[in-house]
Design a protein. Sequence first.
Length: 212
Amino acid sequence: MNPPHESLERGLVVERGRTNELEHDRSPASRKDATVLGEHIVEVISDSGEGAQRCGQSLGAIAAKMGNGIWTVEIIPAEIQPPARSVAGASGNRIRIGDKQVTNGGDETDLVVAFNEQVLLGRVRAGELKKGCIILLESMWRESPDETIAASYVKTHDQLVAAGYRVYEIPMERECRKVAPNAQRGKKITPSAADALIAATNLIIAAINAGP
């Protein structure tokens, strides 16, 4: 499934089990009820130094202030100062969110936000993702001027889809640029990274509601 992109930019926002529509012209028949979950495990991963750990910490702190049970686990790169876009270079945070007290990080992740496909591969190979896990994947690499990078992205994307993961390509850097002129710097600043994650989340919710 290749979810639409441009048509989803007026997506949906989910807040405490309620769906607030930004597309006011949608007919009632086309709307889907929000699903309320008892708990969910989310990971935010990137190359080391891109701000995924801080973004995950912010997500956990916000969820905790809303009254949820929270447990966070830092994802540390397997190498010291790993090169960019390397399988062993995944850095980030796992956030387990529940409507009751949470006492550990859980077993398998339900949703992953990945800034590139290579750091994602490391988590897949380690068996950290639940079967059918939702993956929000930075889409900019598909159009990379470096043919090797573009080919790697397409190959990995197709393999993940074939393996049964629900992969949604999200223009995270483009969304980040809407709140920070320098997207790389923006990913390292908590408010900008959070805004980019919120924008990406709106797109994925709209994609899920739009269906295949």
